[in-house]
Write a protein that binds this ligand. Structure first.
Ligand code: NAP
Length: 490
């Protein structure tokens, strides 16, 4: 830790980038901590982040609703164990409204550039607006930049075509011949939701997926009334779901654990018991271990893909033609609509925003190899800039809301040092980031993610860009910053 001179307390001007789940959280918690000068920049015209951008049929969250909610805004009204996307979007909008978050948001303003100069952050937005802040919190989400597949002739396709995160609701899928590229969580949800609406559904599978079956019961009126009248009961449910999810989080970071064996057994039994045609079953059987890719939770995908109007295509896509998609076996699959459920650029984070730290050092310089940050939160030479759900965090391990809450409580302790005058600038040291990264890379070797599959978790080296330890350890590390890991200036 660098020597510092006390400078006296000061009021901070704080910018939050993004009004999704973690941006809303930031405003509420900053205000609770007594920060009144908070501005949120949101590129769109509504809050909600991923739940605003994704509107595809079947959208839901595979984290139970009573866990996927803020600890300070428990909701008794969730309709199902895994509630649909529009309900989750409404929840975020309601929480933002109830906590008067909207008045702090500048909608329709994307931060295009942020530069640290003279001890402050100078922001420019897409509208030409400029402003200066002491602290910037990047709450920009993880998976927001769609990844489009490279398929020859794609532009020649004469039907409607869109990415799953840009669903075109003007296109009629009822009675249409619909093709879906991809078999990730998104595609699986879409298939189950639309198979009974379309004339013919063609699912182009490059890699088979393990599917974890999960019932999705509705909460009864009696259950909701009980949660409403006794919030303690709801808090108890939240805790018990967190404990259960903790078992999953512990299992995936230990490829030899009994927990991962249970997951594997459940997925295998699901395949064996619920896919009846042996030939189809073999084509749906993955050749890698369950949970190596992001585990897919679905109680109805196998039923959907076995409908008479559904077709699983495993021959590789060769090219697109005006009337459809031709596969390597020479077959032309005629389509009216083509949905690209091909995932996201997982290393984008706050980019394309241009970020310039000390002495002209840019984020693109810093991340020339790959995204990195100390504990996912702070980057050397980018003082007073903090990320929520930044690189290499527990992105697939746990409810991202709890992750963001824990990260925020940690960031707030650093911000407090800026406010109380302990220092004027704070950022992780390069030594701390490098040591953390070395430990993380080593620990990742025993996780399920490196057992022989390809996924968006893996970086250019094949190292999972994720937290490789237990969630209990994450909680502990987030409880208080180790100040030796930081350079404090001023
Ligand atoms: P994804 O997991 O990255 O899946 C993309 C799919 O597209 C994969 O099946 C991939 O095949 C396929 N693909 C990509 N390029 C292709 C090409 N050129 N030709 C053929 N196939 C191609 O994306 P996602 O399904 O959108 O999910 C991304 C993440 O979002 C999830 O892992 C999850 O974290 C999150 N998500 C969560 C929920 C939820 O319920 N909480 C729901 C949806 C999404 P390969 O497997 O062969 O690469």
């Amino acid at each position: 830790m660098a020597a510092v001179t006390a400078t006296g307390p000061r009021e901070l001007r704080i910018a939050v980038i993004g009004a999704g789940m973690s941006g809303i959280l930031s405003v509420i918690e900053l205000r609770k901590a007594g920060h009144s000068d908070v501005t949120v920049f949101e590129k769109a015209d509504r809050v909600g982040g991923t739940w605003r951008e994704n509107t595809y049929p079947g959208l839901s969250c595979d984290v139970p609703s009573h866990l996927y909610q803020y600890s300070f805004a428990l909701d008794a009204e969730w309709s199902r164990r895994f509630s649909p996307g529009p309900e989750i979007f409404d929840y975020f909008e309601r929480v933002a409204r109830d906590h008067d978050v909207m008045r702090s948001i500048r909608f329709g303003e994307e931060v295009t550039r942020a530069e640290f100069a003279g001890g402050r952050w100078h922001l420019e937005t897409s509208t030409g607006h400029r402003d200066t802040f002491d602290v910037v919190i990047a709450a920009t989400g993880v998976l927001h930049r769609p990844r489009y597949p490279v398929i020859a002739g794609l532009d020649d396709f004469a039907g409607a075509m869109f990415h799953s995160a840009r669903w075109d609701h003007d296109v009629t899928i009822d009675g249409a011949r619909v093709g879906i590229v991809g078999t990730g969580s998104t595609a699986v949800q879409i298939v189950s939701a639309i198979v009974d609406r379309v004339d013919h559904l063609t699912l182009f599978q490059r890699t088979a997926q393990w599917i974890m079956p999960q019932p999705n019961p509705a909460y009864t009126d009696e259950e909701k009334a009980a949660y409403r009248s006794d919030p303690g009961r709801m808090a108890e449910l939240h805790r018990s779901l967190a404990d259960a999810f903790g078992l999953f989080a512990n299992a995936i970071v230990d490829a030899s654990s009994p927990g991962i064996k249970m997951i594997e057994d459940a997925c295998l039994a699901n395949l064996e018991d619920n896919v009846h045609d042996p030939e189809l079953r073999e084509r749906l059987r993955p050749t890698y271990r369950a949970a190596c890719k992001r585990l897919i939770i679905s109680g109805d995908f196998y039923g959907a893909i076995q409908r008479p109007n559904a077709e699983l295509v495993t021959s590789a896509i060769e090219l697109a033609e005006p009337s459809g998609v031709r596969t390597a076996d020479g077959v032309l699959h005629e389509l009216d609509v083509l949905v690209l459920a091909t995932g996201f650029e997982a290393d984008a984070f706050m980019r394309p925003m241009r970020l310039v730290g000390r002495d002209g050092w840019t984020l693109d310089d810093e991340w020339a190899q790959r995204p990195n940050a100390y504990l996912s939160i702070s980057i050397p030479d980018f003082p007073n800039f903090f990320m929520l759900n930044g690189p290499n965090g527990p992105v697939g391990n746990f409810s991202l809301i709890e992750v963001a809450e824990l990260q925020f409580a940690y960031v707030l302790q650093l911000v407090e040092m800026l406010r109380d005058g302990t220092c004027r600038e704070i950022s992780a040291t390069r030594a701390a980031m490098d040591a953390h990264e070395a430990a993380r890379t080593e620990a990742a070797k025993t996780t399920i993610w490196v057992t022989g599959c390809n996924s968006w978790y893996l970086d250019d080296r094949g190292v999972p860009a994720a937290w490789p330890w237990t969630f209990a350890r994450f909680r502990e590390v987030m409880s208080a910053p180790v100040l030796d890991a930081y350079e404090l200036v001023g």
